[in-house]
Design a protein. Structure first.
Length: 219
């Protein structure tokens, strides 16, 4: 599936993730919708990092519809491909054909860019080179799969830490900063612990509500 969007950056030109997102927002002005497949095809020119970043950012903020499940499934599919060292990321057909509202993308970019710039100010390209490159992408593939599952769960307050971990991995890919990989792994552990806490709390809340109405959850 080919996209008719223009290239996001010139060859060999280094542009920050926030600048690339702003450039994408401008390019999307003339469209009312874009499929996930077209978006992935377009972002593929800018690398894995920007693809992961843009798929993860929307679910950090409350959005209507089942986007947590859809984008979580997209990120899981891409993460599995990273584990096996895929050079070009692809989505399953049913996901690739899903339309993404342009206004949603532009709103996400507008809200994300200011604090994304703050994170970028602390990124150092080339730091801890042993954790950079394609080997690093395979290394974080499994944690990213687990984060994708956490994102897909309909848990209140459950998305912030997983998305933050995805952001660090994305910036690590974009800027070749090994410390960002380490921070992303630490955030992954915290995110999975937090997700487990929310699941346990959810079960306990259900038990309390059932007891209030005189019912008991099956053992």
């Amino acid at each position: 599936m080919k996209s008719n969007l223009g290239p996001m950056m010139k060859p060999c030109e280094r542009i920050s993730a926030s600048q690339q997102l702003l450039s994408l927002s401008i390019e999307l002005e003339q469209r009312s919708a874009i499929t996930l497949g077209e978006l992935l095809d377009h972002l593929g020119r800018a690398g894995v990092g920007l693809t992961v970043l843009l798929l993860a950012l929307p679910v950090m903020f409350p959005v209507p519809g089942p986007w947590g499940i859809i984008l979580g499934a997209c990120l899981a599919a891409l993460s599995v491909q990273l584990i096996f060292g895929a050079s070009k990321l692809r989505l399953p057909g049913w996901l690739g054909k899903r339309n993404v509202p342009i206004e949603l993308l532009k709103a996400v970019i507008k809200r994300s860019v200011p604090w994304l710039r703050w994170i970028e100010a602390h990124i150092r390209p080339g730091r801890l080179n042993a954790l950079n490159g394609r080997g690093a992408q395979a290394l974080v593939g499994l944690p990213m799969v687990l984060l994708s599952v956490a994102l897909a769960l309909p848990l209140p307050l459950g998305n912030f830490l997983p998305v933050l971990a995805f952001i660090m991995f994305a910036l690590a890919f974009l800027e070749r900063d090994g410390l960002a990989v380490i921070i992303g792994l630490v955030l992954t552990v915290l995110a999975l612990i937090w997700t487990g806490i929310l699941i346990v709390l959810g079960v306990e809340i259900v038990d309390i509500l059932l007891s209030w109405v005189g019912l008991a959850r099956p053992a």
